[in-house]
Design a protein around this ligand. Sequence first.
Ligand SMILES: Cc1cc2nc3c(=O)[nH]c(=O)nc-3n(C[C@H](O)[C@H](O)[C@H](O)COP(=O)(O)O)c2cc1C
Length: 195
Amino acid sequence: MTFTELAMNTRSYRGFDRICRLSHEELEELVKVTRYCPSSGNIQALRFHISEDEEEVSRILGKTRWAGRMKEPRLPHPGKEPTSFISIWVDTTLGYNDQALEKDAGIAAYAILLRAVEMGFGGCMLGCLSDKVMHDLVNEPESMKFKLLVALGKPDETIVIEEAPIGYVTRDRCYYRDENDIHHVWKRPYEELFI
Ligand SMILES: Cc1cc2nc3c(=O)[nH]c(=O)nc-3n(C[C@H](O)[C@H](O)[C@H](O)COP(=O)(O)O)c2cc1C
């Protein structure tokens, strides 16, 4: 797989085959790849929490919101939930610029998704949880500030990239599910990307 193919296959998956779980070693492998990510000031302040225990996964799942731009269907479908989560946190004791670390978290989350797809898995970033909610859900010290959640599993749904005409993509026209539950994600045309 070329890098472009990997990037094209790295979609936001919201339906998973729950029979095929990532092992603890595979989840660790996903965290390991973030060591090679760029880091603001090279402070490497990101910390990771792996959630794989069923009870913890379901507790976190209950606070997540999926494909919020679509009214129907509610996702993930019952029985197609992710089997694990990796939450990305910042060690605030290192005293680094919070806004910069927000960017670090996004970079790390994407590295995790890319590596997951390379390994035959996939996932979805979830930005819908607050620091307070995550602190209530998992046991991490107050010095850790939650940034971003990545849901993971073995994708079990079809996603099609749709080439959007210039000016087509809006907040309400960004993706949709068809009657066969195929997820269509609009991508702006190349010509529209330049200022
Ligand atoms: C920072 C960030 C937060 C996101 N949060 C959510 C979320 O809370 N729920 C969700 O279903 N998707 C979430 N997504 C996924 C986007 O909806 C998705 O990237 C977009 O629809 C394009 O689809 P694609 O990733 O397959 O190209 C998030 C993506 C990013 C980058």
